[in-house]
Design a protein. Structure first.
Length: 111
């Protein structure tokens, strides 16, 4: 009995997938455009609102400064790790342990 129900459910799912498959790309494009339209709407609505009180602006300034400091520090660490790994991959390619294109692929993938 359970196998019959499973078979029926599988058949229904396959049938539904076969019906949806031809329109799936169009549905994806329509949903993407709708998401972009909503993003533009919310962006314009947010930018049209007032910034807030002087205290809110002061707090936002401090938060922004802290975020930039954090990102700058993070980029410094990531750059250092990237450079060290690139040097290791280049050395391994130079001594013939790996393909010479690995450092190039790592370099292009890192940007």
């Amino acid at each position: 009995m359970a196998s019959e129900e499973t078979a029926a459910a599988t058949e229904t799912a396959v049938s539904l997938a076969e019906k949806i498959a031809p329109i799936a790309p169009f549905l994806a494009v329509i949903c993407s455009v709708a998401a972009l339209v909503m993003a533009v709407y919310f962006y314009k609505k947010m930018m049209g609102d007032p910034e807030g009180t002087d205290k809110m602006i002061e707090i936002a300034t401090h938060v922004r400064e802290g975020a930039y400091a954090y990102l700058f520090r993070q980029y410094k660490v990531v750059t250092l790790v990237f450079a060290v790994l690139l040097a290791i991959f280049a050395w391994l390619a130079y001594i013939g342990v790996q393909n010479p294109f690995v450092p190039i692929a790592f370099l292009t993938g890192g940007f």
